[in-house]
Design a protein around this ligand. Structure first.
Ligand code: HAM
Length: 423
């Protein structure tokens, strides 16, 4: 950033610019590609929606809704909110357009920015990028396993290996209330501070996720959902784990996992990367069987994930992985010397692009030295050097930028020659 710039991006909101933006799109495309291989179709959602959708979908008591939403009244005095996550919006769209009246499950994937007013720090932004999937309408443990395996495959496709998959089951409408009560009874008997007691009242599970050592010690023997699952949920979870094992997707059971969104039921999971410090969650998701009905749709189940693209990039950095897609800006760089050569090079550039070759050139009437420097910087494999004498002879010099070797070819044959040399 130039120190003289008057404007800055809002706090906690990243820009993506070359060369890192190439890594950004490569990561996003690899994750989306993994979803496409499993039959997920793309959905493009509004960036903002009715505030009530998120309040009802994500849950009033969550930090996301109560503290982190970008909410404002539009000029028609409607309260709207920049989307803090994607699941509620997908459900709204599925209900609104009746997508759930067709073949089930409805499988949709999305990618884009989400907004949470959190305290910015490494790996935590106020505009964050996710790739997500949602599979709606079938409650089959094989589908849970598939969704998890898609995320796992996406990470591995990118070369990542230093991550863990944590899974748990949060039960359903039958067993969770009973567990909640047992947990509350346990927590209310502890010497907890007022704030934590209040939390135990609203969302007791979150107390289990408290990072303070004294609270951790106090809750060490707290009852766990795992031991309170009803028969149906237990069998469901066992089958999910069985499928994961059969697919060779490594996992750990984390019975104390707490997600920041209220809609989760049964299978719930998180991908954690150990190279990232405090913000170690690179992706997470789970089943949300009551959400559709809660948003006014039919009683259909659903499961999905959201992967943080920003954190996935950081994780790759931590593992020293260069992104394969972060290729050089161009393959060929034009070096025209003089006005007549520039006119010819502009046309040659257009013809090369028409042949699918990435071309850039030196602009601004730069001399040979400056233009060659720009060619080297561009990462191109070949420079096309066109001087006045070349023009008179109807040739252009193709210079291999790694060997320095330069050979003249007929201007008319330049496109074919470059294409052959690039293979
Ligand atoms: P989430 O766990 O809130 O889930 O977010 C998913 C991922 O987004 C996180 O694991 C993290 O990598 C990334 N993320 C979240 N907040 C930030 C932030 N402030 N800065 C950078 N990255 C962040 C959901 O959003 C659910 N909608 C996922 C889901 C889909 N569950 C079912 N279907």
């Amino acid at each position: 950033m130039s120190s003289s710039s008057i404007f800055r991006a809002p706090k906690g909101i990243p820009d993506y610019y070359p060369p890192d933006s190439a890594a950004f799109t490569a990561v996003r495309d690899a994750l989306t590609g993994a979803a496409r291989l499993a039959g997920f179709g793309h959905i493009e959602l509004p960036i903002f929606e009715d505030t009530a959708l998120f309040a009802r979908g994500v849950g009033e008591s969550t930090d996301v809704v109560s503290k982190e939403m970008y909410t404002f009244d539009d000029r028609g005095d409607r309260s709207v909110t920049l989307r803090p996550e994607g699941t509620a919006g997908v459900m709204r769209a599925v209900i609104e357009h009746g997508l759930d009246r067709g073949a089930l499950p409805v499988k949709l994937s999305y990618a884009g920015p989400f907004f949470r007013y959190e305290r910015p720090q490494a790996g935590r932004y106020r505009q964050l990028q996710q790739v997500g999937v949602e599979a709606i309408g079938v409650d089959d443990p094989a589908l849970d396993a598939e969704v998890i395996a898609v995320a796992d495959a996406g990470f591995r496709e990118l070369g990542l290996s230093g991550f863990r998959l944590e899974v748990t089951s949060l039960g359903d409408a039958e067993c969770r209330p009973r567990y909640r009560q047992a947990l509350q009874e346990f927590l209310f008997a502890l010497p907890l501070d007022e704030e934590t007691k209040r939390r135990a009242e609203i969302n007791p599970l979150r107390v289990l996720d408290d990072k303070r050592a004294d609270v951790r010690a106090l809750t060490a023997d707290a009852p766990l959902m795992r031991d309170h699952l009803c028969e149906g949920c237990k069998a469901h979870f066992d089958q999910v784990l069985g499928h994961l094992e059969a697919m060779g997707v490594p996992f750990e059971i984390n019975p104390r996992m707490v997600r920041g969104l209220d809609y989760y039921t049964k299978t719930t999971f998180e991908f954690v990367h150990d190279g990232l410090g405090a913000q170690s969650g690179i992706g997470g998701g789970g089943r949300y069987d009551g959400l559709m009905a809660q948003l006014g749709g039919q009683e259909l189940s659903g499961i999905g994930f959201g992967i943080g693209v920003d954190r996935t990039m950081l994780a790759m950095g931590a593992e020293g992985i260069a992104v394969a897609g972060a290729r050089a800006r161009c393959e060929v760089f034009g070096v025209p010397l003089g006005d007549a050569a520039t006119r010819e090079m502009v046309v040659l550039g257009r013809n090369l692009r028409a042949a699918g070759i990435r071309v850039d050139m030196a602009y601004g009437g730069r001399g040979l030295k400056g233009a060659m420097k720009a060619a080297d910087k561009s990462g191109a494999r070949f420079a096309l050097v066109l001087g006045e004498r070349d023009l008179e002879q109807g040739v252009v010099g193709i210079k291999d930028l790694s060997t320095g070797e330069q050979t003249p070819v007929d201007l008319g044959a330049a496109v074919t020659e470059v294409r052959d040399r690039l293979g």
